[in-house]
Design a protein around this ligand. Structure first.
Ligand SMILES: NC(=O)c1ccc[n+]([C@@H]2O[C@H](COP(=O)([O-])OP(=O)(O)OC[C@H]3O[C@@H](n4cnc5c(N)ncnc54)[C@H](OP(=O)(O)O)[C@@H]3O)[C@@H](O)[C@H]2O)c1
Length: 336
């Protein structure tokens, strides 16, 4: 159990030696990514951050970047533009970053939304957009940036994906319809549950193949970012439901922004989850293989506690992982 005061104490120790020197944030033009990015810069550490965002977000993100530079002149924020819901764009963005950086310490992935009350919308590459944002594009970012994340063996790179780590259920993963094309499978919360399972399965594979890295799949609980409004079709009864009931309810029960920001900064920088970073003297995190004090994949809940879901993860490792990986590589291969 990690207390909030322990999180604050750990984050207070962030400095040039322990903070990520180079970080890539995808999805930090709003929400949890933006909160975490702000908290990282506010530490005063010298850091270089690639803020990946789509063109339509630039105007409203520019003042935020200016604010970050004023807050910490030792931080450099590099706006990196692209439509990363497209895999070809994800590849281009990664190549642009890799042309400038040999080493990346942190990859922080938060883009996307739950298609709770929307129809299927495919990108021009034929991938349903929420699945691309929550899964395929995220995994492609990891695969392209792997060499840079592994560049310095004594300081293991770290990947954090924010979606639903710890909520995996065997029945939520549609192995016979991974892209949810069959009628009924792409429906509300079912799709989001499927995407979070895919993330855990794929990251389990990546963690096993890259034992020198740290992977965190975080479940944020409720943070009042407005994310729920994204997956709603205007003019429907669901839009009304979200506006007048679900949205205000989330506002009431959600975790405060400052608390969430410190939790994700902790997950990005504490040696609680293996790797380098701020030394951790408390109970070490437990990875999805049940190991303590090692690297690997950590499923972390909204209180920053590890919930390794050992039973489900071991069933999938045996029965699902290779199939999911093969399918995923089939989709991603044209974009290497
Ligand atoms: N907040 C919660 O309580 C909660 C709970 C459970 C799971 N989650 C999941 O955790 C992740 C992070 O949540 P959040 O609340 O931080 O999300 P958010 O603030 O609503 O959005 C995060 C990012 O997704 C990007 N995005 C959304 N739609 C896009 C599109 N069509 N194309 C490209 N980028 C798009 C946004 O870009 P723009 O700024 O350009 O719009 C933003 O940078 C999401 O996957 C969310 O589903 C959140």
């Amino acid at each position: 159990m990690v207390s909030h005061s322990e999180i604050l104490a750990s984050n207070a120790l962030l400095n040039d030696a322990t903070a990520p020197r180079v970080a890539v944030f995808v999805g930090a033009t709003s929400g949890i990514g933006k909160l975490t990015l702000h908290a990282l810069v506010a530490t005063g550490a010298s850091t270089r951050i690639y803020l990946v965002g789509r063109q339509s977000s630039f105007e409203r993100t520019k003042p935020f970047i200016d604010e970050l530079h004023a807050l910490n002149p030792r931080a450099t924020i590099i706006w990196t533009e692209g439509e990363y819901s497209l895999l070809s764009e994800t590849r281009r963005i990664c190549n642009e970053i890799l042309a400038k950086e040999q080493r990346i310490d942190l990859l922080f992935l938060t883009a996307g939304y739950a298609p709770m009350f929307t129809d299927r919308v495919e990108t021009e590459e034929g991938i349903e957009i929420t699945q691309s944002l929550a899964y395929y594009s995220r995994i492609l970012f990891v695969l392209h940036l792997l060499p840079a994340l592994k560049a310095k063996a004594e300081v293991p790179g770290r990947v954090i994906t924010v979606l639903g780590g710890g909520l995996e259920r065997v029945s939520a993963l549609h192995l016979d319809d991974i892209d949810l094309k069959r009628p009924g499978n792409f429906a509300g919360a079912k799709a989001q549950a499927h995407y979070l399972c895919l993330n855990s399965v794929a990251l389990d594979k990546l963690a096993e193949e890259n034992p020198d890295l740290v992977f965190v799949h975080a479940w944020p609980g409720w943070v009042n970012t407005g994310n729920v409004n994204r997956g709603v079709k205007e003019g429907t009864v669901w839009a009304w439901f979200v506006r007048w009931f679900l949205g205000p309810l989330i506002g009431l029960v959600s975790i405060r922004d400052e608390v969430a920001a410190q939790r994700y900064l902790f997950e990005a920088t504490s040696a609680c989850f293996g790797g380098a970073g701020v030394e951790w003297k408390g109970q070490p995190g437990v990875n999805v293989k049940g190991e303590e004090g090692r690297n690997g994949l950590f499923l972390v809940n909204f209180r920053a506690n590890c919930t390794p879901n050992l039973k489900v993860m071991s069933v999938w490792r045996e029965k699902a992982r290779e199939g999911v990986w093969e399918h995923t590589m089939g989709v991603l291969r044209p974009y290497f």
